[in-house]
Design a protein around this ligand. Structure first.
Ligand code: ZN
Length: 309
């Protein structure tokens, strides 16, 4: 479980872009150890490689967008969360369009895609960012606090002026199985008024009840209702995982978030990367047998059999 992982073979998926409303084709490809997750924007005027790293974040309003050399790929966070949640460290994602398809608004279609391709371990140790010092980021009444911990856990509270979304919480203990069962199926959500406003600005053209939980003033408009009573808080954990993946390595820390969103998640990631004394990078297989690394419970990943290095 400490070895880096990639896809067994390449696989493609097609879906609608949330903002453009256009069909987008993505191809997920295996990549060598220490490659990380990278996007290849394929456009009419050429190809642009964009690392899934915090310094390539170009927008955090409503979704996280990455960009490089004038090319932008929007709504990357649900696919990134699927890679993170399944412990996939290395992959190249070819994107034939300007955004990752929204699919059903959750990460489960990407989980299926990745699991259908298969996951294999590689011959190099994973690297973890192990937090050593507490850290808090604040924006108005929104906060995220990180505390040193033996494992990764995320507790997320949302609090909207809406009868269904008052003080809703999700607490998640990271493992790939927990991610798949508890988090990956939670859909993005929006308020009807906001969706109408976005559409009037030419955004969310692909948005519908097929790919989001939509709330009017009283309740859920989707015919099938919610997948979980606290689906919206669970989706915030999903988004948080996707945004945290831009650290470039999985994190070992206790995360407590209140009303946070992509912008604050990104601020946290930037501050962490700018404060290297607050954490250490640990590669369990290379660093063992040091007592230091044995203090942590590295995340259980059940998807593949561990192989000798
Ligand atoms: Zn989301």
């Amino acid at each position: 479980m400490f070895l880096q992982r990639t896809l067994k073979k390449e696989i493609y998926g097609i879906g609608i872009g949330l903002h453009s409303g256009r069909k987008v084709r993505i191809v997920l490809k295996p990549a060598p150890a220490d490659h990380g997750i990278k996007f290849l924007h394929v456009g009419d005027d050429g190809q642009t490689l964009i690392d899934a790293r915090a310094d390539n974040v170009v927008a955090t309003n409503y979704a996280t967008s990455l960009g490089s050399d004038g090319q932008v790929i929007g709504t990357v966070e649900h696919l990134l969360a699927a890679f993170y949640g399944l412990g996939v460290d290395n992959a190249l994602v070819e994107v034939h369009g300007d955004e990752i398809p929204i699919m059903d608004g959750s990460a489960i279609p990407f989980v299926y895609l990745i699991k259908t391709a298969g996951i294999v371990s590689q011959k190099v140790s994973k690297k973890f960012l192990v937090l050593k010092e507490e850290m808090t980021v604040v924006e108005d009444d929104k906060t995220i606090t990180l505390e040193p911990s033996r494992s990764l856990s995320i507790s997320f509270t949302i609090d909207f002026h809406h009868p269904l979304l008052k003080k809703q919480r999700c607490t998640f203990q990271f493992s790939d199985a927990n991610f798949e069962r508890q988090i990956s199926r939670a859909r993005t959500f929006g308020f009807l008024k906001e969706v109408e406003m976005l559409k009037s600005h030419g955004l969310a053209r692909g948005g519908s009840l097929e790919n989001a939980v939509v709330l009017d003033d009283f309740g859920v408009m989707n015919e099938g209702g919610l997948r979980f009573a606290n689906e919206c808080a669970r989706h915030k954990v999903l988004d948080c995982l996707g945004d945290l993946s831009l650290l470039g390595m999985p994190m070992i820390a206790k995360v407590t978030a209140y009303k946070a969103g992509h912008a604050l998640n990104h601020q946290l990631v930037k501050e962490l990367l700018a404060t290297p004394e607050a954490w250490e990078m640990v590669a369990p297989l290379h660093d063992q047998p040091s007592a230091k690394t044995l203090e942590y419970e590295f995340p259980p990943l059940a998807g593949v059999e561990p192989q000798p290095v």
